[in-house]
Design a binder for this molecule. Sequence first.
Ligand SMILES: Nc1ncnc2c1ncn2[C@@H]1O[C@H](COP(=O)(O)OP(=O)(O)OP(=O)(O)O)[C@@H](O)[C@H]1O
Ligand code: SF4
Ligand SMILES: [Mg+2]
Length: 330
Amino acid sequence: MTGNSIMSIRNLSVGYNSEGGFTRIINNLNLEVNAGRILGIAGESGSGKSTLAQAIYRSLKYPGEIESGEVIFDGRDLLKMELPDLRKLRAVHLSFVPQAAMNALNPVKKILYQFFDVLIAHGKDPEENMERIQEAVRMVRLDESILYSFPHELSGGMKQRTVIAMSLLLSPKLVILDEPTTGLDVLVEHDILKDIREIQRKTKISMIFITHDLSILYEMSDDIGMLYAGELVEKGKYNEFLENPMHPYTYLLTRSIPRIGIRRENIIKLKGTPTNFDPDNHGCQFISRCPFSESYCSESHPELIESDEEDHYYRCVNFPAWKRKAGITK
Ligand SMILES: Nc1ncnc2c1ncn2[C@@H]1O[C@H](COP(=O)(O)OP(=O)(O)OP(=O)(O)O)[C@@H](O)[C@H]1O
Ligand code: SF4
Ligand SMILES: [Mg+2]
């Protein structure tokens, strides 16, 4: 994708072990994260977004397993680094706000001491870094008094702002945010998203922003990677996604967002349920839900194809023919 890459994810495959064997959830994924931009990763629930985030940050725990691949960051492969080196690198360069992170705040510890824990975990002296803490708290527009509160004294939005402040504490180069506002009131969510966007514009921190909500995706992202059944089915710049989707899945999901200018009867609902990656399906993984499929879609597994548009890739053997079938003239 455009610009300088800060992270390269190469041929990454990840899955989970169970009594029945190993199930691959992420299949051979390749993606660049551009410096100073927000990469939005989207897909329906179960498409593998959190599995991907945990694999990249190397926080995936058993039964999760990284089968193969590389995650190159700061010139090194995170997947091959020794743990002490990985910890040092995370301390200053890379941070992660996992899904539902606010629920992981320690209920019996005042917020200030939880900031101290982050510093101590990264080998920093808490007392010497009070200013950093205050700055991080101000950055997310919280009053410093929250530092002396217990989590139960804060609203959901304040707790979420707190975990975001923790992720910004050591001025990382890249922050991974996994559904950072899910479960919050819509207005609170909107405010927090606006603030994340502003912080990103001001600081130029690179971000990976994960969401299942397409309207949030388009609001937040500069670049987008769309996941379906553990594979990227489309990647490119956000405006290309909106104006010229090249994969039916992106098109159908985008048309499912109620928006001004689109009549209710023209909103398309995506039928069927998402599936995990199916190694026995040698054709297109989306075929059972695709209203534009042709017989040849089941013959081979579509590769990611580079389009004529800069940095825009899609995984569909029936493009642009499917667009005609969908009645799209452009
Ligand atoms: N601990 C686990 N053990 C076994 N399988 C798991 C585990 N966690 C996730 N999975 C499998 O991986 C798939 C992807 O899960 P993941 O949490 O990565 O999806 P997601 O896209 O983040 O979904 P959501 O939008 O609901 O957060 C799930 O459908 C499930 O089959
Ligand atoms: S390859 Fe065929 S089934 Fe798959 S998304 Fe394209 S049109 Fe649909
Ligand atoms: Mg998730």
